[in-house]
Design a binder for this molecule. Structure first.
Ligand code: ASP
Length: 532
């Protein structure tokens, strides 16, 4: 029987995974309306939850922080004073969605207060810890958080993660052998310099294009005007880092003090800079020593490529598992609240991916965008399902070299560096998300100088973000800080981050691949014949 080509296998996996994900999505759990009464007590604060039929539950908190962590909707009450008198708020249209993955339980709580939808995420490392930290969720968690759907979610996440581990296993040896072989085969160090500057120029140019597209679309659609953004408990980063310190830290990481440690810790930037230097100095040393080392790394590269092909053949399983997890773990209710925001991010990403980058492909690289996209489809679909450009790197390299016929000289250089610092999708996302938050908080469109500040910090944040799931959201803290917005605003958008992460990761990988086609065209004649 003829084997189905890999890209179709992955496509089928995407569809089957999505279908099963919907089938096992536990959906939202609707809860009864309640009224919350908060007051001072002898030991601190007391909250009484009152349900229909005169049922009630009481909780004690020793201080205000603890109270607000459990009931963020009560934070506003403190604005009126220290709760001298008991205050009551009515909370209705309540629903929760629970995601129990292997290492983390997240409960998303949606409700309406004063006719405004408010969403909060509560996370803990296990169900037990969740109910210890947030006692008010105990009954709901044990009723809804331990069913079949949750088990399917846990198993599919675990299977998907196994596939990602396999990919990560081959990534570092592949980068090292491929970069050294690629650079050594350039034959002289000047050619390396020329290629390096063209590549950086491409990264910068496309990231800025992506950010401009995002800013344009978010200003046209204005998804944040009129949207209610509550404080949430889902802050991902302490936000202590400033733009400057992140930048300096990146420069530090370019010079590893102990390369063995960097290899062990998987520090991409350090590994890339060391491998580049090794490649350059192999060229400079030349002669018989250079030959021994080039042959050695070439042999290593061939073996790693074969191993990568084997791992890639498992992609359909990994992709199915990731899709089941991604779809079953999404609450549907939240999409309604953040619908316009998601449409804005997706539309801007789409314009960048299907209009701007293909134009560059056609007019600068002289390639057919459709054929190129077809060649890259296994990598793009894997990036979509795993939300990790580092994880997808082995696939991206294979597709660029084997299917799109770009030389190893170019791909070995443009792709690993690109997976770390060239993230068009992430840069665009940072800009749109922060401007959305600003619109929601202030009710008006941000002034132009501030938007420019957002664009610059979004660029730096995307350069600093690692190619792993949710990295963009973590880095957003520096952009929010730069324009003085509260980090808590992230609390809501975390709930829909996985879907947007999947989309922006595909765009990140697509941009790196298009970069290969462009650099390939302008790299000049090959110096030697040992490129793959
Ligand atoms: N997940 C993205 C990537 O791996 C980074 C991000 O979170 O934006 O490329």
């Amino acid at each position: 029987m003829k084997k189905i080509p890999l890209h179709y296998q992955i496509l089928i996996a995407l569809i089957v995974g999505t279908f099963l994900g919907f089938l096992f999505n536990p959906g939202e759990i609707t809860l009864a309306d309640l009224s919350l009464t908060a007051s001072r007590s002898e030991t601190g604060y007391q909250v009484i939850e009152k349900y229909a039929g005169d049922q009630q539950k009481e909780y004690e908190f020793k201080d205000r922080n603890e109270l607000v962590a459990n009931y963020p909707e009560l934070a506003k009450l403190f604005a009126m004073g220290e709760l001298e008198k008991p205050v009551t708020v009515e909370v209705n249209q309540r629903s929760i969605h629970i995601v129990d993955s292997v290492k983390k339980v997240t409960l998303t709580y949606t409700r309406s207060i004063d006719q405004k939808m408010v969403v909060t995420s509560y996370s803990a490392s296990s169900g037990e810890e969740l109910v210890k930290k947030y006692p008010q969720w105990e009954t709901d968690y044990f009723l809804f958080g331990t069913g079949l759907s949750q088990k399917v979610m846990v198993i599919s996440k675990w299977l998907g993660d196994l596939f990602l581990r396999l990919l990560k296993m081959v990534t570092i040896p592949l980068i090292v052998t491929s970069l050294i072989t690629g650079i050594a085969s350039l034959g002289n160090a000047t050619r390396f310099g020329a290629m390096f500057s063209k590549t950086l120029l491409y990264y910068l140019f496309t990231s800025l294009l992506a950010i401009s597209t995002g800013i344009l679309v978010v200003n046209l659609i204005r998804p944040g005007i009129g949207a209610e953004l509550p404080g949430g408990s889902g802050v991902l980063s302490s936000g202590r880092e400033s733009v400057g310190s992140i930048f300096l830290d990146m420069i530090d990481r370019l010079i590893p003090t102990n390369i063995i440690h960097s290899l062990g810790a998987g520090e991409f930037l350090s590994i890339i800079s060391f491998s580049m230097l090794a490649g350059i100095f192999i060229i400079l040393v030349g002669g018989k020593h250079a030959k021994v080392l080039t042959d050695f790394f070439q042999a290593g590269f061939e073996v790693m490529m074969r191993m990568t092909m084997f791992v890639i053949s498992l992609a359909p399983i990994g992709v199915t598992a990731f899709m089941i997890y991604a779809v079953s773990s999404q609450g549907i209710e939240i999409f309604k609240t953040l619908g316009w925001y998601m449409i804005t991010v997706s539309l801007a990403l789409l314009i960048h991916a299907v209009v701007i980058l293909p134009c560059l492909l056609k007019f600068v690289a002289g390639r057919s965008p459709l054929q190129f996209a077809h060649a890259m489809s296994p990598a793009l679909m894997t990036a979509f399902s795993t939300a990790s450009s580092n994880g997808t790197l082995p696939l991206t390299m294979t597709c660029v070299e084997e299917n799109a016929k770009v030389s190893n000289e170019v791909s070995s250089f443009v792709l690993p560096l690109g997976a770390t610092i060239n993230m068009d999708g992430t840069a665009l996302y940072e800009a749109v998300a922060v401007l959305f938050i600003a619109q929601a908080y202030t009710g008006v469109v941000m002034p132009l100088p501030d938007q420019i500040l957002v664009a610059v910090t979004a660029l730096l944040a995307s350069i600093g973000a690692a190619g792993i799931p949710h990295a963009g959201l973590v880095m957003m803290a520096i952009v929010l800080q730069a324009v003085g917005l509260p980090l808590e605003a992230q609390g809501v958008i975390i709930a829909v981050d996985r879907v947007l992460d999947m989309c922006r990761t595909s765009v990140n990988v697509w941009s790196d691949s298009c970069g290969c086609a462009i650099i390939e065209r302008y790299r000049g004649p090959a110096a030697s014949s040992n490129s793959t």
